[in-house]
Design a protein around this ligand. Sequence first.
Ligand SMILES: [Zn+2]
Length: 93
Amino acid sequence: MIAETNKQSAKVVEPCKKIDGTTMLAMTSVVAVPCRRCNEVTELKVDFEGFTKWQQGELIQNALPELNADQRELLISGTCPTCWDKMFPPEEE
Ligand SMILES: [Zn+2]
């Protein structure tokens, strides 16, 4: 079991702002998540309310259902998709 999550490392860097002149959804924020293995910082756009709920203990699949598996893994384990693929190479048939 992965004991700890990456909650403390994930930081909201751009709460509710405009990007490229387009107004984002009011409650969408950019969260910077550092990878524990390669230290690469990946920025994710998340629902701010959902992100807050997750940090307060809500299950990530309930709090942030819009994230894909790679993005969830990054938040939960602090492992970016690149490192994840190195650890668990996709099996080819
Ligand atoms: Zn990495």
